[in-house]
Design a binder for this molecule. Sequence first.
Ligand code: SF4
Length: 413
Amino acid sequence: MTIAVKRVPIKARKRLQTLMHDYFLNLDAAATDSNRNVAWCTSVGPCEILTAFGYEVYFPENHGAMLGARKISHECIPAAVAIGYSAESCSYMTSDIGSALSGVSPLTEAFGISGPPKPDLLCYNTNQCREVQDWWNFFGRRHNAPVMGIGPPTHLDLVTEAHTDFVRNELSQLITRIESQTGTKMDWAKLEEAVDKSSKASSLWRKVLDTAQSHPSPITFFDGLIHMAPVILMRGSQHAIDYYTLLLAEMNERTNAKEAAVTNERFRIYWDGMPVWPKVREMSEKFFDLGLCVAASTYCNSWAFEEYTGGDPLAWMAKTSTKIFINRDETFKQKFLLDMCKQFDIDGMIFHNARTCPNNTNSRFGMAQRLRDESGLPVLVFDGDLSDVRFFSTAQTMTNIETFVEQLEGRCR
Ligand code: SF4
């Protein structure tokens, strides 16, 4: 008789559900309150500035991920394609635009609200890609709201003082533009407070992710995809700090009790690139059944910033937002991944070639093969997408993963 092995759920998830519910209801209320304002922001955009100006901050990329995870994206993308957005461009963008055009949102089923809050301002940082600018411009036109942003130097190996000075200056100009748009002066004490809270939340999140260095790991990439929400959506707030304090305590308890995220952890994997949101559950179950624990990823690490120790808050924002992994060149990324594989004692690497996001895909210019040669670790590259399932074959990918496991087993013989 085979006994089904059960996962031990992460208890903090209940708290997370309440936090998310409160976050979206607060945004919804702010959007209809003439005394409050909502700003849209990119995932590693200048949200601390927006918080300091008193905006409630909403992150459309999270809506893009929800559209994928709830398997709605494929219904929405055609509406964006019909008005001229390429089906080969970012499927977060096309599904989000399509969602607005079709009047469909996962927020209705999840939180009982009609959809994303109407923006009073849209703010971006192209440190991740230029697509966000065009995406924001669509909604700026639609809602007749101002769109502002910064464009730092990209594809960097070393991040120098000249780079961060340049970005700091852009942030400073952004503040001036918001001040003249709103007639409100920046509250510098509030900005410092928001930066301090962001830094604390982010450093707790890093500690949570670092617990995956334990054997067995108490957390996987698939858990990280759920629990990273507060560090993106609420990172300038006390809510995120409290949440990660709770989650870290639970991860430490699990580590001490040797409670594994993947019971019978056999192999430890590094995952490169984005998740396949509509297939996260199936993939998570497959990995669990095969004893594969995804102990490290750069995706979940994208919001693990270095600490703010006081001083100029704009300098901290400039440095942390320019240094993010996605904004670096191949030389930096390759070295970073090698170090990560050592740190997390990785047995093999999986690269997701996401069709509509070249920016968060690192397997297009031979890096996977170079890493295989340098580290001696087996590497699998699979084709897919973050949200558009037309680019993903479940059967083919699952077969490829099984073959990859055979390779990992072969190394142990
Ligand atoms: S990084 Fe990729 S998924 Fe994210 S907004 Fe840019 S193109 Fe879209």
